[in-house]
Design a protein around this ligand. Sequence first.
Ligand code: NAP
Ligand code: MG
Length: 492
Amino acid sequence: MLKDYYKLYINGEWVESESGEFFETSNPATGEVLSKVAKASKSDVDTAVTAARIAFETGKWSRFSHSKRAQVLNKIASIMRERFDELVKAEILNTGKNIPAARGQVTQAIEDFEFYAGVALTSGGRTNPMPNNFFNYTLKEPVGVCGQIIPWNYPLMMAAWKVAPALAAGCTVILKPASYTPITAYLLAEICTEAGVPAGVVNVITGSGSEIGPYMTEHEGINKIAFTGETETGKDIMSKASGTLKRVTLELGGKSPSIIFADTEIEDAVNGSLYSIFYNTGQSCEARSRIFVEESIYEEFLNRFVEKTKQLKVGDPFNKGTHVGAVISSSHEKVIDDYVKLAVEEGGTVLCGGSRPEGKEFANGYWYLPTVISDVTNESRIAQEEVFGPVVVVMKFTNEREAIEMANHSIYGLASAVWTTNHAKANRVAAKINAGIVMINSPISAFPGTPFGGYKQSGFGRELSLETFDLYTETKSVVSYVGEKQLNMFGL
Ligand code: NAP
Ligand code: MG
């Protein structure tokens, strides 16, 4: 099903990288090599930028009528539906995530294209109130050629979050997937062409992010960089983009809190918090990795949470009963383990997990057991730094004000959750949390149409929503004087 070799996808064709160099992509659950992938260098970036620039300037996409754009976006979605099983399988092979996670993410990627088909049809400029004899309308024009750089945790869904709104707005794109997970981005490129996206509008290139990423960021031929990934990489992008004053949107890391009030249904809060951290093997930007529990139910919540964590089935991602799949790489497994060791040095107690699982099926891949840590302070590094793995810290609070202070004590501000049966309290707390997303009694939040993005060092810009469409457009204001007698402002 997978190809032996994925070349670069530029101008509607598979092309060899100029250097002929390639790298290998593998299955993190088994360590097996899946395919070779072309390694782009700077000259390949130039080729892709030229293709995207020509496609943009000739207007072969940007001047398509809105209804035609919507038709093509819907067609992409329908081809993805036809190829659903293939996309799911490729995603599982390349990431080690379990079947429900992969199916859910591919489904959402499809729905993103459908959502932005609707947005393409219905979005436009507006007219504004003006003094007599003046008329003003605005145009929403595509921002141009967009460099889109994405991470490995949700490869196809992140590609959809980027490509769909850009296409809806009339932009052309150069998508750079993460080196660990290039395969479904290439499948998407192929699907776009099949659906009728003209050559050069969607280009996909792979290669070392630290080499070609900065080159894309500084490139004069690129108008915008839309980035999702680590906060440190985002800072590098922001500084390098200043030379050309590129438009930048940054979707970065997080250390998101869950606040569990004593009046909650404990069982619901336990189940919800379990999914909030261990979904996708904890490799989620919005993972609620800090749980704050009100003092009076702390012991009970913690005991039940640890009990259920121990019941999670870690193993073969293709096994129907698996809850938690592999982690992305050997080096990432080490990062996770080092964080757990650090937590112990900081006085933490590991209540479950804290190591690789044992057994033959785990011998060759990269794995980490769901891990619950208590007895750390909110100031400790384990409670402040993003682990990006199946590791959660549980702490207690005494009152609402303290809970909010503890939740907000973070350089990040991506997601958050509040568990209570008191809706007035839930909404009062939601208003005081410094984060782009608040979930009330819900383990999930990302649906097409709901803005997704962060406060503080979790970045800026919003994905998945109408706001995103705006971020792929420039607003042009057109002012006409329509009075009968022409104006003579200097009176000469
Ligand atoms: P990463 O290391 O920052 O890499 C992300 C992408 O940037 C990859 O394609 C990478 O290429 C490329 N890259 C690396 N260095 C670069 C540079 N100097 N300039 C430009 N691009 C560069 O992130 P990751 O490890 O893939 O992903 C995990 C992070 O993503 C976590 O922090 C997570 O919270 C965040 N994330 C955020 C969201 C959100 O919506 N806020 C969603 C998902 C994930 P290579 O792969 O070739 O290195
Ligand atoms: Mg990284």
